[in-house]
Write a protein that binds this ligand. Structure first.
Ligand SMILES: Cc1cc2nc3c(=O)[nH]c(=O)nc-3n(C[C@H](O)[C@H](O)[C@H](O)COP(=O)(O)OP(=O)(O)OC[C@H]3O[C@@H](n4cnc5c(N)ncnc54)[C@H](O)[C@@H]3O)c2cc1C
Length: 239
């Protein structure tokens, strides 16, 4: 696929509240335009009125979806504060695509996707893509998140799993409270959970996305289990 980095002026057509302080924007790809990207890649986003104020956002939707793209973001600081004030019909400038953290169909391996917090976004693009294309890759997805209230895309994950025997996923809650009534797994992603979710350590590809300390810890565990550096792809969002 030929990729050219360029600016796309895209209209927000829907804003979805995913969790406290987490929103998804659905932005429209105008008819006749094509935005070529691989699942996992990101775009630099800016507002129309300021060329230098920009941040990176992974595309959460699949490139099989030709009419719109999804981005999902947490309210964190300066940029997201402004982004959260955007309304339906506002425009954003997307520059890209960028990044080597991607999946494409030439990769026949099993995939182990490991996300910390909103690091789920590029992984969700990969899951949606493999599901839409009915690819045979087995996917084990491990999703670590603070509380059940912060989980995003949970209904869609459930639905995909019901239709697609190639997907397995585990959500693990790192800061459970009694009031959450969470009956699933708790605690961080540890070496035991990794072991249970890797069928073939040498022939899998590992996609890790989240904060730096999270990524460092998971790389160490994967290497202890026998994964090689070349098999591990990372997308690091901050310290
Ligand atoms: C390749 C790439 C892809 C990214 N994709 C996404 C995405 O899909 N969704 C998204 O929300 N962000 C994503 N980010 C982070 C995003 O670029 C911004 O850093 C983030 O939105 C904060 O910007 P801000 O100006 O609001 O905060 P700032 O005032 O710039 O604060 C930045 C601080 O926030 C931390 N931070 C970054 N992201 C988060 C987060 N989600 N939760 C808590 N702290 C965070 C950073 O470590 C840093 O210390 C991505 C970053 C990279 C490098």
């Amino acid at each position: 696929m030929q990729q050219t980095i360029q600016d796309h002026k895209l209209k927000i057509i829907e804003i979805i509240d995913e969790a406290p302080d987490t929103k998804t924007f659905r932005v429209q790809i105008p008819n006749g335009n094509e935005i070529a990207f691989y699942p996992g890649q990101f775009f630099m986003i800016r507002f129309e009125d300021n060329k230098t104020f920009q941040r990176a956002y992974s595309i959460a939707s699949s490139p099989t979806q030709k009419n719109y793209i999804y981005i999902t973001m947490d309210l964190v600081g300066q940029f997201t504060d402004k982004l959260f004030k955007s309304k339906v019909n506002d425009f954003l400038i997307f520059k890209g695509p960028y990044g080597k953290f991607y999946f494409n169909e030439t990769m026949k391996n099993n995939l182990v996707l490991i996300g910390g917090g909103l690091g789920i976004t590029p992984l969700m693009s990969i899951i949606r893509y493999c599901n839409d294309k009915k690819l045979p890759n087995k996917i084990n997805f491990l999703y670590s998140i603070k509380t059940p209230n912060h989980i995003v895309y949970s209904e869609e994950l459930k639905k995909i799993k019901e239709q697609n025997p190639n997907l397995n996923y585990t959500i693990t809650i790192t800061r459970p409270l009694e009031e959450h009534n969470w009956s699933g797994r708790t605690g961080r992603i540890d070496i035991e959970l990794l072991k249970q979710n890797i069928e073939d350590i040498e022939n899998s590809l590992y996609y890790l996305c989240g904060p730096l300390e999270f990524i460092k810890a998971k790389i160490e565990m994967l290497e202890n289990l026998g994964a090689k550096k070349e098999q591990i792809k990372t997308d690091i969002w901050g310290e």
